[in-house]
Design a protein. Structure first.
Length: 452
């Protein structure tokens, strides 16, 4: 089984796969005029006049942490950690408390030295800086797990195709990134550490470039898809069905990025709400989030006949059909979408493996997919669907509700929903006797982005 990776079914919370290098244009919010991209942010430096662009110098290291979003220390390296991994993690522990300054300085270097790249990035760089840091932390954590890191990087490389990322962009990014890290890493930065970063970045970029090149031979960078039905299930949840303009292969439990005609080059991720169908149609559940550009467009503006774009499928929250162990599925809110797809996948295979579904919501109205699940339950004796409703904290009660049933030691578990539900669900399921390597989800770090 693949190592667990965490994602919400309604992926409008983040452009999860973006991180190392994510060139894409992003329009200003609706209330702002369309201006030219602003000048790059000035890096933190010692008192005195700023340097000329051609003489941009390393900043003086500030004494106050400016990124208090979490612990600075990355996971402790194992006794068998490579020397490069030790140096990479030591660097990240040093620079994380001042991550805003590090990433701002990196982008300033990049845009001063390579101004032709500035137009590829969003005018507002705050979210982009957070994504870069998350990618660095993920890489540092997984550096000695080659298969896990390569899977993450390959997904990044394939996903970046839709932004127009080219192999020649990577050396410029690497040069400026390593210089920015060295400027803020203080006493932990030396020649050996710089060499470790050069080796690491070279490998990272090559994995991403190779994955993109291989993907280019077998799939387009995106698919055009026509909306064929749009059903408003609640005031803020819609079920959309689309028809791609060419075959779109995917697995139940995966997700895709969507771009709407109203917000060009803005992509958000949504899980497939059904298993692959013979007619080739794809269904998504979308919840409109506050100030969500893409989600609100899909819920309140999209109509049959509209054309959206689809990125390639991604995600590893899929069923292992090589054995017949039971499936325990927890879905909260629109997190029920991939759960429904997984149930359909088992049914399509003709298997009779036990499947237990716990569906969490804050009200009966929010159980918008319950009729479809109960219909599947009526047709398949191996399926049990249990709604969990609590108007105070229904989603957070969901993991605790599972404890009253079981035992679950022989089951593979699947968790989908908001980040808090996933974290609590993994803890609860582990306490119930399910090994963590048998708990499937998509990476929590992908959920920590800005809602839009």
């Amino acid at each position: 089984m693949d190592a667990p990776t965490t994602r919400s079914a309604d992926k409008d919370t983040s452009d999860g796969e973006e991180g190392w290098f994510t060139p894409h244009k992003q329009p200003d919010p609706p209330t702002e005029p369309d201006h030219a991209a602003p000048a790059p942010p000035a890096p933190q430096r010692a008192a005195g006049p700023p340097s000329e662009p051609s003489q941009l110098s390393a900043p003086a290291r500030p004494g106050v942490a400016s990124w208090p979003r979490g612990p600075a220390e990355p996971p402790a390296p194992s006794p068998n950690a490579s020397s490069d991994a030790v140096r990479i993690r030591r660097t990240m522990a040093e620079v994380t408390p001042v991550a805003d300054d590090v990433t701002s300085y990196f982008y300033a270097l990049l845009f001063v030295r390579h101004p032709e790249l500035r137009s590829l990035f969003p005018p507002a760089m705050d979210v982009q800086r957070d994504r870069l840091l998350k990618a660095l932390l993920i890489t540092a954590e997984r550096l000695d797990d080659t298969s896990m890191l390569d899977e993450y990087l390959q997904n990044l490389g394939r996903g970046h195709r839709r932004f127009g990322t080219r192999p020649e962009h990577y050396p410029a990014v690497g040069e400026c990134l390593i210089e920015a890290l060295g400027a803020y890493a203080g006493s932990v930065w030396d020649a050996e550490t710089e060499a470790a970063w050069v080796r690491t970045y070279t490998r990272i970029s090559q994995v991403m470039i190779d994955a993109a090149a291989a993907d280019e031979l077998r799939a387009p960078a995106w698919w055009n898809a026509e909306v064929v039905s749009h059903e408003l299930r609640t005031p803020d949840v819609a079920v959309l069905t689309v028809r791609p303009d060419q075959p779109y292969p995917f697995l139940a439990g995966q997700y895709a990025s969507l771009e709407t005609p109203w917000w060009p080059r803005i992509w958000r991720h949504y899980s497939f709400a059904s298993a692959p169908r013979s007619d080739g149609l794809l269904t998504f559940h979308v919840k409109a989030v506050p100030a969500g550009w893409v989600s609100n467009a899909l819920v309140h503006r999209a109509r049959p006949g509209d054309i959206v774009r689809l990125g390639p499928p991604a995600g590893s929250m899929t069923v292992d059909h090589t054995h017949d162990s039971g499936l325990l599925c927890l879905g909260g809110g629109t997190g029920i979408a991939p759960v429904k797809a997984l149930v359909e996948d088992v049914a399509d295979r003709g298997a009779r493996r036990p499947v237990e579904v716990f569906y969490g919501a804050r009200s009966d109205q929010d159980l918008y997919a319950i009729e479809a699940l109960l219909g599947l339950q009526e047709s398949h004796s191996w399926l049990q669907v249990r709604p969990v409703v609590d108007d105070r904290d229904g989603l957070m009660r969901l993991p605790e509700a599972v404890r009253g049933f079981g035992p679950w030691a022989g089951y593979d578990a699947y968790v989908s929903g908001p980040p808090g539900l996933i974290r609590r669900g993994v803890d609860s399921l582990s306490a119930s006797g399910i090994p963590t390597e048998r708990i499937r989800h998509d990476a929590v770090e992908e959920l920590a982005g800005t809602r839009s």
